[in-house]
Design a protein around this ligand. Sequence first.
Ligand SMILES: C[S@@+](CC[C@H](N)C(=O)[O-])C[C@H]1O[C@@H](n2cnc3c(N)ncnc32)[C@H](O)[C@@H]1O
Length: 179
Amino acid sequence: MFTFLELILATIIVVTIIVSISILWPLIIGAAWSPSSKKVVNKMLKMAEVDSHDVLYDLGSGDGRIVSEAAHKYDAIGIGIEADPLRIFWSRTKLRLLGLNNQTKIIWGDIFSKDLSPATVVTVFLWQKTNEKLKGKLTRELKPGTRVVSYIWTFSGWKPIEVDQEDRIYLYIIGKSDL
Ligand SMILES: C[S@@+](CC[C@H](N)C(=O)[O-])C[C@H]1O[C@@H](n2cnc3c(N)ncnc32)[C@H](O)[C@@H]1O
């Protein structure tokens, strides 16, 4: 049998491992967590003209705020892909509590290993180097006409169709921007 002290120690080790994976893995493969403000989320969805026919993919979905807003406000299908297991748990719980389960899905894993082809809208708030790495995959997998909205960071060499200078939000359209 374990002593009380051993159980406490084991719990501390497990929690430390989960928190480390949660913080370090996303940093290594893409970007740290930093949530978009409500104002920015609204601007991104408006810029992409999201509606009920859309399938929106948020690449690095954090706490699920973009997925949730797309489903709740615009009646779109919202799919989030997220590497951080704690944020997966948090966002899935939030979406369940909001009653958005049927319209949303949060996938655990690396955005670079997931199929993005069903998307009609893609949102990203990552880092510049991650956007650059993502460009080829977006061009290969997304259909012409798919809107890609990026917060803060650009896709170098791609021509934005619309720019919000105040908040640094960029709208790209596959087939028009990726020259
Ligand atoms: C800056 S936050 C943006 C969160 C959310 N999209 C928002 O706008 O509020 C970036 C998120 O992407 C996740 N992330 C970074 N690289 C990733 C990757 N390669 N695959 C999946 N998720 C990733 C991080 O864990 C983090 O939650």
